[in-house]
Design a protein around this ligand. Structure first.
Ligand code: COA
Length: 534
């Protein structure tokens, strides 16, 4: 009875047009993903292979169970910066010996695997995910430590990396370091702070100071092996728990360590035989979002292609209809969904959202936010109707909700609407964007227009004539800049999401996230919200 019907006309020209634009955007994102895959480029990859070493992704592949999925996170980190796309590190969630783990791997082909400011942000985000979801954390280490020219950006905040490792351990979340090469200076604290350490014979180099530094500091002549080789650490210092003969052996041993962790998920997996796929084809997700985000679309068309059996039990469908709310399951996991319909959030939508979020908390049901909002409604009528306090109610509910949240930016995510819909600052467990998404304080046109009005008023106040020609130029320039800064690749580069995904993968990605989420126990807020201003 609650299976959604679809009004999507896949024979219509606008469907074809939307699909074509989406495919172009996916191709653009793929081209950027390819840059991350290429790491430091052909020369450094060849040199790495000539040294008989595995690439970061090959190490991950060998660590994971055969045919197990790997949900890569933040692959576009550092996009738009001076650093290589991917930020010299691969992070993601994968299954090792039947246990979902958070894996990080330095990419030694990119500037010796040295950590730049974006590597640090990416690593810290990975730690956050491991902590929130109680995922064992496996570090595949080979790094030149801090990227020295940018040390001022990373040295002080970088201490959090080691702090996180020991806090994970204190919380009973296992941490495992597998050292393939260099792990020196601060980097030595990755194995130093980990519960389990595996080193590779004649390859691992773990010391606070290498031979030149020791010579400078104390005058001692030392060699790599006696300062920090695997054999020394395994038999003398005691830093290594296991010695591997080569990289393959190290990965095998890491799998063995995970198999012995006795790490149990808080909740059993949902029974697979009860899970129905959506009734509608996921491929049709390509043709739903219009290129011009001012054109509304029905988010039920998206929901129908991601939830089990396309079955969506709508809550308050006739009230505050610009926000769709309702219950569903996804890969067998119960889920409350909030999805913007007409873009704008009014008072009724905000109150409906606050009520719905409280219900999910009473019932311990995770929430999924599908963003396509231009923000809360402005204007005299709405201000007088209390839009601020109603928006605040929704933001209060989101901020103090204690069930896990997932956010997917499918279209617009502007203004405080981004906050109310659980934007990045509201700590959703995971946040992904479709290539069609845009996020900023407001739309580029509006922002440029506001700036122009302010400049005009300022000129008038000073009794100066207003230069209309300069204004038109400035508006165009600002519009272009804001447009570029609101695109998903730009935002992903800055770690404002966990990745830009192909819409067709949405169900799979959310399913993997929900599985990870159910590793840690959670309980909704029964009270504990801020004061709801009525
Ligand atoms: N910061 C910035 N750039 C670094 C770097 C670092 N920490 N470590 C390496 N690089 C750069 C190198 O300058 C080189 O650049 P180039 O190819 O443009 O000349 C590139 O990364 C590759 O380094 P290279 O030394 O050729 O690679 P390698 O695989 O033979 O050795 C290391 C890798 C990490 C062992 C070696 O580069 C090294 O010892 N780096 C310094 C380590 C260090 O003391 N770090 C301080 C930690 S706080």
């Amino acid at each position: 009875m609650t299976v959604l019907t679809s009004a999507l006309d896949t024979a219509a020209p606008e469907y074809a047009a939307r699909r074509a634009v989406m495919l172009d955007r996916i191709a653009e994102v793929d081209a950027e993903h390819a840059k991350a895959l290429a790491g430091g480029g052909e020369k450094y990859v060849r040199r790495h292979r000539d040294r008989d070493k595995l690439l970061a992704r090959e190490r991950i592949e060998l660590l994971l169970d055969a045919d197990a999925p790997f949900l890569e996170l933040s692959p576009l980190a550092a996009w738009g910066s001076d650093y290589t796309v991917g930020a010299a590190m691969v992070t993601g969630i994968g299954v090792v010996a039947g246990v979902e783990c958070l894996i990080t791997a330095n990419d030694p082909t990119v500037r010796g695997g040295a950590s730049n400011p974006w590597t640090l942000k990416k690593a810290l985000r990975a730690n956050e995910i491991a902590y929130a979801n109680r995922l064992p954390c496996i570090s595949l280490v080979e790094s030149g430590g801090a990227d020295l020219p940018s040390q001022k950006e990373i040295f002080i905040p970088g201490g959090a990396l080691f702090r996180d490792l020991t806090r994970l351990s204190a919380a009973g979340i296992p941490t495992i370091a597998v050292v393939f090469g260099n792990s020196t200076a601060g980097g030595a604290y990755v194995p130093g702070m980990s519960d389990h350490v595996i080193m590779v014979e004649e390859r691992s180099k773990v010391f606070l100071g290498g031979p030149p530094l020791v010579k400078m500091a104390t005058g001692e002549d030392a060699d790599d092996e006696s300062l920090g080789g695997a054999a020394m650490h395994a038999s003398v210092s005691g830093l290594a728990d296991h010695v591997a003969v080569d990289e393959y052996d190290a990965l095998r041993q890491a799998r063995r360590v995970v198999a012995r962790l006795n790490h149990r998920k808080a909740y059993p997996d949902p029974p697979l035989d009860g899970v129905r796929p959506p009734v509608y084809d996921a491929g049709e997700l390509l043709g739903i979002v219009p290129e011009d985000l001012k054109v509304p679309f029905d988010p039920r068309e998206v929901i129908a292609r991601i939830v089990d059996g396309s079955d969506f039990d709508e809550f308050k469908p006739r009230y505050g209809s610009s926000l769709v709310t309702g219950w569903a399951t996804l890969h067998g996991y119960p889920l409350g969904i909030l999805a913007n319909a007409q873009g704008v959030l009014f008072s009724a939508e905000s109150q409906k959202a606050a009520q719905f979020i409280q219900l999910a908390n009473q019932r311990d049901i995770p929430l999924l936010f599908l963003h396509n909002t231009t923000g809360y409604m402005v204007g005299t009528q709405y201000e007088q109707g209390g839009i601020i306090k109603h928006g605040a109610m929704m933001i209060n509910a989101v901020a103090n909700s204690r069930v896990p949240h997932l956010s997917v930016l499918v279209g617009a995510s502007y203004g405080a609407g981004h906050y109310g819909m659980c934007g990045r600052a509201y700590d959703p467990r995971f946040l992904f964007a479709w290539p069609s998404a845009k996020s900023a304080v407001m739309g580029p046109g509006q922002l440029a227009g506001v700036l122009s009005i302010v400049a005009r008023q300022s000129a008038a106040a000073r009794g100066k004539p207003y230069d209309e020609e300069a204004d038109a130029g400035l508006r165009a320039m600002v519009e272009q800049q804001i447009e570029a800064e609101s695109l998903p690749m730009f935002l992903s580069g800055r770690l404002y999401d966990d990745g830009v995904i192909d819409p067709r993968d949405t169900r799979t990605v959310l399913g993997l996230c929900l599985s990870a989420i159910h590793t840690a126990p959670y309980e909704g807020a029964r009270g504990g919200f801020g004061v709801f201003r009525m």
